[in-house]
Design a protein. Structure first.
Length: 432
């Protein structure tokens, strides 16, 4: 009895004392307000539209130039990363395919570009196929193998992906370090993943695009590790280099919401970037903020708006993870969620996708089947906080209280990443 009382006391201390890095607010609009005023007008910043106009004019003069097609395709791909308009990535693909037919030389670089575009669109089997064709071509094999690595990890072929890393002669390059970081993160070694990404960052200081990508990824990783202040400072550094780096703006908005619980500031940031970034996921963040404020109608409206947008054919499954979660949790479409999750598993049988299937089955009332999927394909194979939460809930409902508490506590340690709503659900589950 004494031991039980001590356990209960320790649990209460954990719940009451846990925070995500600091009890004080971290975000401060004074740190970034000037970037909002500057908007996209920062001097020296790369402007994809300038390249699009230039190479479009050149292509009109020489419609059969594979070089002009390549350059124009690359400019459209870069503009998609800038503004999120889905049509740009489709235009880029079509231009690369035209270039493939015209080039008399090596096609490897075009296949690598198509592989990158396919990964952006979550067309991972296509990304693998393009990378393999680049390898067959034989030009710059190391670069092509890294693209194959990217596709294989997204398809859940981790052993094959790791074998590519093992064969690399140079293990101190940017390409190697970023991929090794991804494997370390997948294996649950976040400290090692951060160390590797920091080493990769040291190699980007003379390249603005690489700098912002690497630095913003570090910001995300610091947040995952509970280093919220470090994450915030990292995002600010990215905005110094590129005030239109929408991912970093979203990172700061999440800190304002999930750590500071400053819903007004989080909403201000998201409202500012929404019309410029064209990122549909902003609706999901606004929905979560509204739900936190108990504005059920506004939350549901934002979720439906997101759902209707990304269900359109031109998104081609890019947002399937969130469509599955919305169908399972919010839109009373659990059967549709199971169907979509099964289709996704067929395309990419990763532990994270199997987690979506297990959770969809759970929400559809198929509790024993959910447990079978979770125990076989999720447990011990991913360390993502939402998967830990789902495992905890599935085990708890199926009567495995001890194992349920283990995973719920692990999820609770990632409260910042999961957000206040899921954190509250975990607290309630731990009380039962």
């Amino acid at each position: 009895m004494k031991n039980l009382s001590l356990l209960i006391l320790l649990s209460l201390v954990l719940l009451s004392c846990h925070d995500t890095g600091s009890s004080e607010n971290i975000s401060n609009s004074a740190d970034y307000a000037r970037h909002m005023e500057a908007k996209a007008l920062s001097t020296g910043r790369y402007q994809p539209q300038t390249d699009i106009d230039f190479w479009t004019e050149k292509l009109q003069e020489s419609p059969s130039s594979f070089m002009y097609l390549n350059r124009l395709a690359g400019a459209y791909a870069k503009r998609f990363k800038d503004n999120g308009r889905i049509q740009d990535i489709h235009i880029s693909d079509s231009l690369y395919h035209r270039a493939l037919k015209l080039t008399p030389f090596s096609k490897a670089s075009i296949y690598r570009a198509l592989s990158a575009n396919a990964i952006t669109q979550h067309k991972f089997p296509e990304a693998r196929d393009h990378a393999e064709k680049a390898i067959e071509d034989g030009d710059k094999l190391s670069a092509s193998y890294y693209f194959l690595f990217d596709a294989l990890t997204e398809l859940g072929a981790y052993e094959q992906a790791e074998s590519i890393l093992e064969k690399q002669v140079s293990k101190n390059t940017f390409d190697y370090l970023t991929r090794a970081s991804k494997i370390a993160d997948h294996n649950g070694n976040l400290d090692q993943a951060i160390d590797l990404m920091e080493r990769a960052y040291d190699r980007t200081k003379d390249n603005t695009n690489m700098f912002t990508w690497t630095k913003s990824n570090l910001g995300d990783m610091y947040g995952h590790a509970g280093r919220i202040q470090d994450a915030y400072q990292t995002y600010l550094e990215v905005l110094e280099a590129d005030p239109n780096h929408w991912h970093s703006w979203k990172g700061i908005a999440w800190i304002a919401f999930a750590h500071d619980q400053d819903t007004e500031e989080a909403r201000n940031i998201l409202t500012y970037i929404a019309p410029q970034s064209h990122d549909p996921q902003i609706d999901l963040m606004l929905a979560e903020i509204a739900a936190y404020e108990q504005d059920t109608d506004q939350s549901r409206a934002a979720k439906i708006n997101y759902y209707n947008e990304v269900s359109q054919p031109h998104y081609a499954g890019m947002h399937n993870k969130y469509l599955i979660l919305l169908e399972a949790e919010d839109l009373q479409m659990s059967e549709a969620a199971v169907k979509r999750a099964l289709e996704e598993v067929d395309k990419r049988p990763t532990p994270v996708v199997y987690d979506l299937l297990a959770w969809s089955l759970f929400k559809n009332g198929e509790y024993e089947k959910a447990l079978r999927v979770a125990s076989l394909f999720v447990e011990g194979q991913t360390f993502e906080p939402d998967a830990m939460y789902h495992l905890g809930m599935i085990y708890q409902y199926n009567g495995h209280k001890k194992r349920a508490r283990k995973y719920l506590r692990e999820a609770f340690e990632s409260s910042f990443e999961l957000g206040p709503l899921t954190t509250e659900a975990i607290k309630e589950a731990l009380k039962s």
